[in-house]
Write a new protein. Structure first.
Length: 148
């Protein structure tokens, strides 16, 4: 499925550090997961107001699709949206884009399965009601809801 920038509301800038660059001059492939993480934390803080001290979130799975290289001089942003919400897990879609003279160009797409987690008992727990509702309200339409 081809991702479209217009399907996303949340956008956050990503700073490229010199240490992110590999020997060929591109952002190292492992760094993309860090960029996705930065975007998720910004989304949770700015849009959802998720209290990570009370209700943890762990990553269950990550996928990255590398389409075009990113270099040190690129200005990049990460778009993010929740695409599915289950009982204790939810899927987060990411788009990394770079600014070009012709607009934004998609360089990378990704998906992260996040799990609501209680560290005190070391197990997954239902997504807190308030955070669930805020994700639903923000990321509709196109959000798949299930309670499995």
């Amino acid at each position: 499925m081809a991702e479209k920038i217009t399907d996303y509301k949340f956008k956050t800038p990503i700073s490229i550090r010199f240490s992110d660059i590999d020997a060929v001059g591109h952002v190292n492939n492992a760094i993309y997961l860090t960029y996705f993480e930065v975007a998720r934390f910004n989304y949770w803080r700015e849009i959802i107001g998720w209290n990570l001290q009370e209700n943890g979130v762990i990553v269950g799975r990550s996928e990255v699709n590398y389409l075009k290289p990113i270099t040190l001089d690129d200005e990049i942003f990460c778009y993010l949206r929740v695409s599915r919400i289950g009982n204790s897990s939810f899927d987060v879609m990411h788009l990394l884009v770079k600014t070009t003279p012709d607009g934004e160009e998609i360089c990378t797409t990704g998906k992260t399965v996040c799990i609501s987690y209680d560290y005190s008992v070391n197990k997954s727990v239902p997504i807190p009601h308030q955070e669930r509702q805020k994700m639903i309200e923000y990321d509709e339409p196109g959000l798949i809801l299930n309670t499995n």
